[in-house]
Design a protein around this ligand. Structure first.
Ligand SMILES: C[S@@+](CC[C@H](N)C(=O)[O-])C[C@H]1O[C@@H](n2cnc3c(N)ncnc32)[C@H](O)[C@@H]1O
Length: 281
């Protein structure tokens, strides 16, 4: 997938090529996260209509706190507060000239009380307050950030203009002409063994032992009944929302629920199993 990126012409990739002085050098360029004063990504602004789509996809609302990593002139952080009434936003940029520009823009937009800009290396930024992370960086920078993003609370939304995160598929991908926007919803961590119980008796009488193998938001695995028989499990996470099937074809039983730490509970819905609960073994 990375090779596909290297073939992809994009304004930001062309700008990085210019930044380091030529194609050969650009391909050999390595981000220098430890050297705080180097630019890991050149400045290229996101067009306003793409900013709007990023905020739409992340469903930015008044309860959100948005952090834009590499905030440039501040347009994403400012739009989150000005246009979506986010309760607050932070932009971080390593270039002090960009911070000064962003602060002036926030003042002009009348949102200085809710938007903060910080001259900081994005690799040093505390992300713990964010419910939404926005980025227009580069594939290798995204990949360096990926472990930290995956460790954020389930349901945190991450939107990236132009670049993906390799085998962590986007939960949504929007194409706008040549531009692409990716949305990820940080999945709950459910890999491992769970005890699944149903109320009362019936065809689902258990308990079952469900072993989930998790790859980002995708789930596979096995369910083992008390009599030792096994059935395949397939599923998916969207933040803390989980859906999975036990068995295959017409006999598959569909479960939809919510993960809360070491427990899962069903959500109401047609055609899905009710009256169950699961706990980590
Ligand atoms: C492509 S621009 C994106 C600007 C803005 N987010 C937007 O979409 O319009 C990337 C920004 O990241 C900043 N940047 C590059 N390396 C950085 C680093 N290590 N830490 C913080 N900011 C960095 C650059 O100064 C630049 O403003």
């Amino acid at each position: 997938m990375l090779t596909a990126f290297l073939r992809l012409a994009s304004p930001i990739r062309l700008a990085r090529t210019a930044l380091v002085g030529g194609t050969a050098l650009a391909l050999a360029y390595t981000p220098m996260a430890a050297q705080a004063k180097e630019l890991d990504v050149p400045y290229v602004p996101t067009p306003p209509e793409v900013v709007a789509r990023m905020l739409d996809m992340a469903q930015v609302a008044p309860s959100d706190y948005v952090i834009d990593l590499g905030s440039g002139d501040g347009r994403i952080a400012i739009a989150a507060v000005r246009d979506r009434s986010a309760k607050g936003a932070l932009g971080v940029d390593i270039d002090p000239a960009r911070i000064a520009e962003a602060e002036a823009n926030a003042k002009q937009a009348g949102v200085s009380d809710k938007v903060q800009f910080r001259n900081q290396d994005l690799f040093d930024t505390d992300l713990s307050q964010a419910s939404v992370i926005t980025m227009y960086l580069l594939p290798d920078v995204n990949m360096l950030l990926r472990p930290r993003l995956l460790d954020m609370p389930p349901g945190t939304r991450v939107v990236s203009h132009a670049f993906d995160m390799d085998d962590w598929d986007g939960d949504e991908v929007a194409h706008m002409g040549q531009r692409v926007v990716y949305l990820w919803i940080v999945p709950a961590k459910v890999g491992g063994s769970w005890r699944l119980e149903h109320q009362g008796q019936g065809s689902a009488a258990g308990p079952w032992t469900v072993d989930f193998q998790q790859s980002f938001q995708r789930l596979a695995g096995t369910a083992r009944a008390a009599d030792g028989s096994t059935l395949p499990v397939q599923g998916r996470l969207r933040g803390a929302d989980i859906s999975f099937t036990i068995g295959e074809g017409e006999k598959a039983r569909r479960y939809t629920g919510r993960v809360d730490g070491q427990a899962m509970k069903p959500v109401p819905g047609d055609g899905i199993v009710q009256g169950w609960r699961a706990a980590r073994r």
